[in-house]
Ligand binder design. Structure first.
Ligand SMILES: Cc1cc2nc3c(=O)[nH]c(=O)nc-3n(C[C@H](O)[C@H](O)[C@H](O)COP(=O)(O)OP(=O)(O)OC[C@H]3O[C@@H](n4cnc5c(N)ncnc54)[C@H](O)[C@@H]3O)c2cc1C
Length: 353
């Protein structure tokens, strides 16, 4: 029987990061993926590593650790994989959409240690991007914002893990594939049975994004649901000097030379089809904020599903009923930024148990 230290189900950014950090600890890893690495939101996200501007202490720790891991990955990932994640630093403004939000943002800046974030009034914002016409409440500005190519980062982590000895197989995993046995009154994970092959493994991580809850139905309660988001990729001769977000929406110019405009938040189950309503909503939101771009032409529309948890607080834990079975998911809108933390923390949790 083949034997692994760790099985990982789902090769989005969380699964590929878990495989990367486990491989660096010399663990023998098997990744099981139903579609392909970066199939869902990990391969289609905008890829912004936006500053966290709220006051949840647990989330502040997640975001601080995330930026430190991204900084390491930016410098070191090339030593493990030739796939370039395209980390790009650019100016960014988070526009307040009303006075209450402006006051919250200002209060956040006064108590936080984010020295690289500043309050900009309407005129200062217009100086950095004159086409941004609807910034009357001001916003938070930083020069120190990063974006990545989310598909490449996810695949780079996976490729790095494979270069260190991990294996990836294509398989539609179900809970019936889990093998468990009883030890001292506990049920323990023992391996997986795939078609006719049985594989022994010490531990398993389910990092199947929005599908995690259904996969573990009746075995473990995981409060995660799909939240659809759509993005338009559009061409225009006009340039955009900064990356901008407001409310749930944003626009930025990406590596491919296109403006990426987002987004929607739709509770429509596992339906991930792009819609004309979604396109209209995104274009209307963009036009309400910017002048110009009269030649804007939508080249591509995508839709994918975020793994959304209450308050977008990630879920990283071991099953209460099956020892050795772990989940890591639920980063919602911030999964590209937090993905490396979700992967690393679940691997660290296994090592401390
Ligand atoms: C429109 C949009 C824009 C976004 N923009 C940003 C952004 O700018 N910044 C940011 O930080 N985050 C962003 N996000 C959020 C981020 O993309 C997600 O939180 C993150 O990609 C989730 O990663 P994951 O690994 O948890 O899940 P997923 O990417 O969903 O990966 C799960 C994997 O599990 C596999 N799988 C499912 N079922 C099975 C099965 N039965 N057997 C085997 N494998 C299975 C799937 O095929 C998939 O590859 C955005 C999301 C959306 C939708």
């Amino acid at each position: 029987m083949k034997s692994y230290d760790l099985v990982i189900v789902g090769c989005g950014i969380v699964g590929s990061a878990a495989a990367f950090y486990a491989s660096r600890k010399n663990k023998k890893v098997l990744i099981i993926e139903k579609n392909f690495c970066g199939f869902n939101s990990s391969g289609n996200a905008q890829g912004g590593l936006a500053p966290y501007i709220y006051d949840n202490a647990e989330m502040i720790k997640f975001h601080t650790e995330a930026m430190s891991l991204h900084s390491e990955l930016r410098n070191e990932l090339q030593n493990f994989s030739p796939t370039d994640p395209f980390y790009v630093k650019k100016p960014y403004v988070r526009v307040a959409v009303n006075e209450d939000e402006a006051n919250n943002f200002k209060e956040f800046l006064s108590i936080s240690s984010k020295e690289d974030c500043f309050w900009y009034g309407e005129n200062e914002i217009k100086k950095v991007e004159s086409k941004l016409i609807n910034a009357m409440y001001g916003g938070i500005f930083t020069e120190n914002y990063f974006e990545v190519d989310s598909f490449n980062l996810t695949n780079s982590l996976k490729d790095a893990a494979i270069n260190m000895g991990s294996k990836l197989i294509n398989f539609d995993f179900r809970k019936e594939n889990l093998i468990t046995h009883k030890v001292n009154g506990h049920i323990r994970f023992e391996g997986v049975s795939l078609d006719k092959e049985k594989i022994h493994a010490e531990n398993i991580i389910i990092s199947s994004g929005p599908w995690t809850k259904e996969m573990l139905d009746n075995l473990m309660t995981v409060n995660v649901m799909p939240l659809k988001g759509q993005i338009l990729r559009a061409s225009s001769k006009e340039d955009l000097n900064i990356s901008v977000s407001w409310g749930k929406d944003y626009v930025t110019k990406k590596q491919d030379g296109l403006l990426w405009l987002g987004t929607t938040e739709e509770d429509v189950g596992f339906d991930d089809s792009p819609t004309s309503d979604g396109k209209k909503m995104i274009l209307d939101a963009f036009k309400s904020m910017f002048s110009g771009f009269s030649d804007l032409h939508v080249e591509k529309q995508t839709a994918c599903l975020r793994p959304s948890s209450p308050e977008n607080v990630p879920i990283i834990r071991e099953s209460e009923s099956i020892k050795g079975l772990y989940v890591s998911t639920g980063a919602g809108r911030n999964g590209i930024k937090l993905g490396p933390v979700l992967g690393k923390r679940v691997v660290d949790l296994i090592n401390t148990n």
